[in-house]
Design a protein around this ligand. Structure first.
Ligand code: GUN
Length: 291
């Protein structure tokens, strides 16, 4: 079997076009231009690329964005003051503090200082709490998990009663994605570094999501034939054959898993583009809610 490739780039492009059209409609009706502020502390090259892509996507969707970069030496107090200012700015509807923050910064306090109505990352504890409670709706869906759910939806992946295994328990992906999958009536197992017999557990999955950041961890014999396998990992590995000396791989041994899965997301061009589209969607929703 050769898996259907779930083309995140194309799926995200459609979504971004829809969001762009909604922005035009909002503005034509006299509404404000949606605005996203990003805060990047330090000079991690991968984070800089992610942030640049977010600004580019904002511009393409007709949104404005505020690009704040602070040196790695920025203090906790400076960051808190900056977030407080962004909370009050009328032209900023969404705030994203790029993670990870330098070790001397207490990231949870910074995230908790973001106005819940501008928390387009859905990382504020109040929004995570709403996400976790049955019958409650968070103000925003967390971007990468919502992107995974969107891919599953447009690929008509059955979730009700399906066994879903999520590899990874991070605040940004594994935990919130597990909550969304439970809301979609999947039976969810969250696996992590202490899980026993990971390959056997993964073989029970109708839907397998890898979000651990370990290059090519998931092998073909971990995968149930015909299952849907989603790769959230973005790992740079050395590759002497590449011009740059390195290349990006996900958490799946892609070529061999694609021989066994029913559907698979590539890296790059899978989940990544959806994360940005969902961020735009959340910024649009924040703007509409501010009216
Ligand atoms: N770093 C990697 N992914 C993300 C994300 O989705 N949001 C934030 N704020 N930082 C990240």
């Amino acid at each position: 079997m050769t898996a259907t490739i779930l083309d995140g780039k194309a799926i995200a492009a459609r979504l971004r076009a829809e969001i762009g059209a909604e922005v035009s409609t909002l503005r034509a009706a006299g509404g404000p231009q949606p605005g996203l502020a990003t805060v990047l502390v330090g000079d991690d090259p991968a984070s800089a690329v992610y942030v640049r892509n977010k600004h580019k996507a904002c511009a393409e969707a007709g949104m404005h964005s505020v690009d704040i970069k602070l040196p790695a030496s920025a203090s906790q107090a400076e960051l808190l003051a900056l977030v407080a200012e962004l909370n009050t700015r009328a032209d900023v509807h969404g705030i994203l503090v790029q993670l990870p923050l330098p070790a001397h910064i207490d990231a949870p306090s910074i995230i908790a200082a973001i106005a819940v109505t501008k928390d387009v990352d859905c990382l504020h504890p109040e929004n995570v709490g709403l996400l976790a409670q049955k019958g409650r709706q968070p103000r925003f869906l967390p971007c990468t998990p919502a992107g995974v759910m969107h891919i599953l939806q447009v690929s008509n992946t059955a979730l009700a009663g399906a066994n879903a295994v999520v590899l990874g328990r991070s605040n940004i992906v594994g935990m919130p994605l597990s909550l969304l999958l439970v809301s979609a009536d999947a039976t969810v197992t969250i696996a992590h570094s202490r899980t026993r017999d990971l390959p056997a557990l993964c073989r029970t999955a109708d839907v397998l999501v890898a979000a651990v950041g370990v290059p090519e961890l998931v092998r073909a014999d971990w995968v149930k034939p015909g299952s849907t396998v989603i790769d959230v990992g973005i790992n740079r590995i050395a590759d002497p054959a590449a011009k740059s000396g390195s290349r990006l791989v996900g958490d799946l041994a892609y070529a061999e898993v694609a021989e066994r899965a029913g559907a698979i997301t590539p890296v790059p061009g899978g989940v990544g583009p959806l994360t940005i589209a969902m961020l735009l969607q959340n910024t649009l929703h924040a703007t509409q809610a501010s009216q």
